[in-house]
Design a protein around this ligand. Structure first.
Ligand SMILES: [Mg+2]
Length: 239
């Protein structure tokens, strides 16, 4: 990216789930247990496809996060069982969801060290979507909340939502850099506004966050393998 000048950046936004800490694999684990629970009603592939359809159909109503996921699990169970799932089965699904909510999300490698160094030079924020209580709990448990000036828990991460956030932070898009694992949520909308982005892919991506090659903006962002690799982009020393 040729026109990127780290000296112009005033605020760096960090996505949280699968950028700062591990999240998506816990969803996959719950989905596997859910498919096992309903294995009498269909294959794991069929149940996962039904779940994805129900989840994406519910996004406008429920938004993102654990509680929306739990409601979609229950709806899917009723659907794939043709209404035969028992109240004990529903109770077990609620239990799976509660287990996921109480999971401790481990930090990704290098996160505290990178934040400690960057926070001496830039104003850092968290910009995440999901349930308010759930994201607050994860941040509290993470031990890294002290590095951030502001935490924005967003109902979605579209251009409109980022425009509102930048207005609130009183920064121009050209002064904002977003770091995250999702092209759809962390990179594309920020680039569309005229901001900058660093994509840090994670090993597992929810299907909804995947981007078709036709939607790609064409190389005006950085892609790195680990969070430490953002340091040289920002002109900071790797220690
Ligand atoms: Mg993420």
């Amino acid at each position: 990216m040729t026109d990127f000048d780290p000296a112009k950046i005033k605020v760096i936004g960090f996505d949280a789930d699968d950028t700062l800490w591990v999240n998506e694999p816990f969803y996959r684990e719950t989905e596997a247990k859910f498919c096992h629970l309903l294995s009498g009603y269909g294959s794991a592939g069929d149940i996962n496809r039904a779940l994805y359809r129900v989840e994406t159909g519910n996004l406008d109503l429920y938004g993102y996060g654990n509680k929306a996921f739990m409601l979609s699990l229950i709806e899917t169970a009723i659907e794939v069982s043709g209404g035969e799932v028992t109240s004990a089965g529903i109770a077990r699904i609620i239990e799976l969801g509660k287990q996921q909510i109480s999971t401790h999300n481990p930090l990704l490698p290098g996160v505290p060290g990178v934040l400690a160094l960057i926070s001496r030079h830039y104003r850092l924020i968290v910009a995440t979507k999901g349930d308010l209580l759930d994201q607050e709990r994860k941040l509290r448990n993470s031990g890294i909340s002290g590095f951030f000036h502001h935490v924005e828990i967003m109902s979605d991460k579209t251009e409109k939502h980022y425009r509102r956030l930048l207005h609130h932070l009183d920064v121009h898009p050209g002064e904002f850099l977003m770091v995250g694992n999702s092209l759809r949520s962390d990179v594309l909308p920020v680039l569309a506004l005229g901001g900058y982005a660093i994509h840090v892919p994670f090993q597992v991506t929810w299907q909804h966050e995947e981007v078709h090659p036709d939607e790609m903006p064409g190389g005006h962002f950085f892609t790195v393998d680990t969070l430490e690799e953002i340091l040289p982009i920002l002109g900071l020393e790797v220690r």
